[in-house]
Write a protein that binds this ligand. Sequence first.
Ligand code: DGY
Length: 497
Amino acid sequence: MLSTDQCSHIRTFIIPHGLKLLLQTQKSRTITIVVRVQKSDAAFFKEGFHKAKGILQHNHYRTIFNGITYKRTVPSRDFYIHQWNWDSATHAMGLVHLDPARAVDELRALISGQWKNGLIPQIIFNPGETKYFPGPQFWGTEKFRKGEILSSGITQPPLLGISAEHVFKTATSQHIAVKHGEEILSGVLKYHDYLKTTRDPEDSGLLTVVHPWESGTDNSARWDKLLGKIKIDKIPQGIKEVVDLYRVDNKLKGPAQRPRQEFYYRAMYLIYLFKNLEWDYKKIVKESPFAVKDILFNCLWIRSNEALANMLNALGRKKDAERYQVWAVQGKMALEQTWSNEFKQFCDVDVSDNKQEVIVQPTNSMFAPLLAGIPDQKQLNKILVRLHDRNQFWSEYPVPTMALNSPFFDRSKYWRGPSWPITNLFIIDGLARYPLNKKASQLRKLLVEKTLRMIVKNDFSEYYDPVKGSGLGFGNFSWSAAIFIYLFRKYKVGGLN
Ligand code: DGY
C-alpha cells in the first residue's frame, strides 16, 4: 500500500477512500496500487452512526397482540425474527439515543410477554414467522400465554434492569418515559423477584441457570463437561429427528460458525425435560442436568439490582430500593468466593445433582465481575494482565470469547472464540468502574476504539473473527448497531474519553 506522498513523484492525486488506481510506470508496466486515504474520524463515525440507524430501522417490527400494537426490533431479519430478551434490552440502550419513544416501546414489548409468575422469557414469538428454530410449537408453553402472546419457557441474562436505568437516565425529560416508566419498572421488579425466588431457593446469593441458552453464551466451552453428561444415545430418537428436520441456522450460515448438531440435540432434550416438568422451576432447578451458577449471568444480576435500587431511590422509594441493594451485595459476596488464586479468575460453579463443582475455563466471562465492581485491586491487576495478553485475550480484534491459547479456541464458532460486541460492552462498562486504575482506563479507551471500528468495518455482523476482524454469523445485526450507538455516545461524544 502506498501513501499519497510515496506516489507523488508520479503524479499528484486527490484520492477518494479505497479507490483502485491503475498507474503506468515509467517502464510502461501496468501495476495496480490500492491507495487508501484514511477517512477522517468524524466522517468514519458519522457513516457508522448512519448505518447503525438504518439497521435499527430495517429491523423494526410491528405486531398487534390482544388489540395492542407492539413495536420491537428483531435481532436479524435473516434468522432471528422474533423478540429476544437480552437483545431487546441492548437495543433499548442504543435506541434511546435516537428515539426515546422507540426504546420505551422495545422494553414495553418485551415486558408484554411476562408470565404471571414474573418470568420474562428468552423469546417472545412474532406470529406467522417460521424461519427460526425452535419456534413456538416446540416449547409446550401454551398454558402460560398471555392472550395471543406466546413465548419460550426459559430466560436470558438479566440485562433488563441495567437497560431500563440507562433508558430512563437518558430520556429523563421525555414525556414518554414518564408515561411508561412505572409500567416498565414494575415489570422488571417482578422479574427480579421471580429470579430470586425460583433461581436461588437456597438463598446463596447467586442464581441458577438451567439451560445453555439461558446463559446467552450457548455453546461456550464452559459448558462442555456439564452438557457432556447428557449422553446422545440416551436422548429420545424423536428429539434428534426433530432437530435434523427443522434446524436451519446451520444451513443459512456455514456450519463452521454455528453450534454442532449434538449441542442442539442436548438443548432440545432439556426443553423436553422442562416441558415434562410442566415448566415448574421448583422442580427444574433441582432436576435439570444442566444447573450452573454462571458468572456472566450473575454479574448482570448484581449490576441490575444496583440499577433497580438506583431507580427506586431516585423515585424516593427507599424501602423498596433496599431489597434490591441487599440482593446486589449478597450476590457480590457470593461471587467473590468463586475467585481462584491458582487460575487467576472468577469461576462458574456446576450445581447440578446437588454438587458444587468449580468450572475453570479461560473464557471472556472472567471479565464480567468488573461490571459488578467485584475485583479488588490485586485481582483487578491480575485480570488486566490476562486481558492485555496477546496470547490470551488481546487479539487484533479483541475480546475473544475463548483465550487464544486454549485448545478449545475456535475463531469462527459462535461462543467458542469470536469477539462479540455485547461482551465487549460489558468489559468496557466494567473497566469504567475503575477510573483510578491507569491500566483499566487505557484498556477501556483502546477497547472502545477497537470495538467501534470492528463493528463499522465489518458490516454490523453478529460476531467477529478475533484475529482478522471479519464478520461472522448473521448480518445487519440489531445489537451490533445498538451497541455502536451506545458506546459512541457514552465514550466518544458523551465525555469519558
Ligand atoms: C440461538 O438460537 O442461537 C439463540 O442463541 C438462542 O437464544
